[in-house]
Write a protein that binds this ligand. Sequence first.
Ligand SMILES: [Zn+2]
Length: 540
Amino acid sequence: MSRVAGLLALVVWTGCANGPSPDTIIIHAKVFTSNPAQPWAEAVAIRGERVIAVGDTAAITALAGSSTRRLDAGGRTVIPGINDAHQHVSIAPPHDRLSLPMDPTIDQIAAALGAQITTSPPDRLIKGDFGAIAWENPTFTRAWLDGIAPNHAVMLTAFTGHGTLVNSKVLQLIGIDESIKDPEGGAFLRDERGRLNGRMEEYAQSIANQRLALKTDAAEIVRIYRRFASEASAWGITSTQLLGDSLPIAEASKRIVEANIPVRMKVFRFPMREAGAETTDSRPPLPPQPSPLVEVRGMKWILDGTPIERLGFMRAPYSDAPNARGRLNLPQGRIDEFVGWAYGSEDLLAVHAFGDAAIDAYVSAVERAGRPEVWRQKRPRIEHGDMMAPDLIPRVKAMGMLLVQNPTHFTFPEIFVQRYGAERLAWMQPLKSILKAGIPLAIGSDGVTNPFINILAASIHPANPKEAITREEAVAAYTTGAAFAEFKEGEKGQLAPGMLADLAVLSADVFTAPPAEMESIKSVLTMLGGRIVHETGAVR
Ligand SMILES: [Zn+2]
């Protein structure tokens, strides 16, 4: 489809020698087009919001007219704008953040929090992250937090996003008391006397996050989205897919439109159901296009946790805890219900499935719900899919499912070897095997927004190097693959005639930069639909 559009655009060009000149040309560049038919070029011509030609500098310069703006890239690398296929923007009232190592002990948390409360005014929200060490310590509870910080609202979140601890002030702030019942898919954990111990798992934590987000005033929410967008543009990100924000969908999309940011945003609904409340997944979606750059489409579900807290749902027990194999957040019947609903609707389906048993539960539901030729049109997404066992790959392929992976998750080899053991480590987080099987692959950052860290992680794969892919394949997954995952491959994800002129001129060559320099790569010029939305002045 896109190739036909591209050919037409070229025909129009050559058949119309006196046609309007490009508005802008970018020349003397090393252009990675992400278009397999013509992966490399030197120059791009843009008219209006679209690319009209890609070629060598001489051919593109020949198209320029007297009013054409000429941007000389000076040999720099140009790529299609990054499309982050899986991201979150956390919305919360203004807060102070604890400075902690990645996986702190509770003594380190106590010390950091003890120091923070001497400078944060009373009632101020304080946030921080923890890892496996704190979560496994039974002392890590609401009572322990209250003992250190009785007068501040303290919310600590696992760096995996799975697991939260709050103190009594936060419970008060968000209106949760002992009478609360566990929601569908989650748990408010309790002590031996049955009182809330401040720990929250899965959908219970999502509900707490949502209630906290709703305490944030509108102007602050707009500021958060703008801050996010200005960072994104500086990294050459032109599209972001939000897979469940802390805000309810109607509020999130309204504020994103209000923020008027230069990033194409796709916002997924994240249905959740408090105990006794009505189900939201079958409600009709919001109008899909509240503004030209914002689209509301798709449903996100979370089937399990992650291996860090051993809540990724595995077929066999974790190697370092013979009684633990994680669990499904939702019963299989409920999974069948929303998968069946998606089969009969136009809505996109995006399902977080981490462990091999969770992926199996999802794939089985898809297989039961309908015919492969229909599913192939719907492109059901597996978010993460880390423990995609070899037997699952052909089933995923057969149902036309695709994988959205997050390479910064590959960077904990020590903990993976403990959790899974060598045998499972050998097939974990398959990227190369997925591409080889012909399964569409998209990359989303899911946390670490810097795309160049993710591209490096995909091309090294510290946890399972034989599943590494090339940097070109990683950039393709971050552009063309991500566009395919949102049904936009005819519009963006490649620099080819007819495509939207979303692109980034990079400060260094992402394909050849030494690994140590990857994380400092930035965009020196980001273009969104032919409009410059970020520039450092390096390209004139
Ligand atoms: Zn996520």
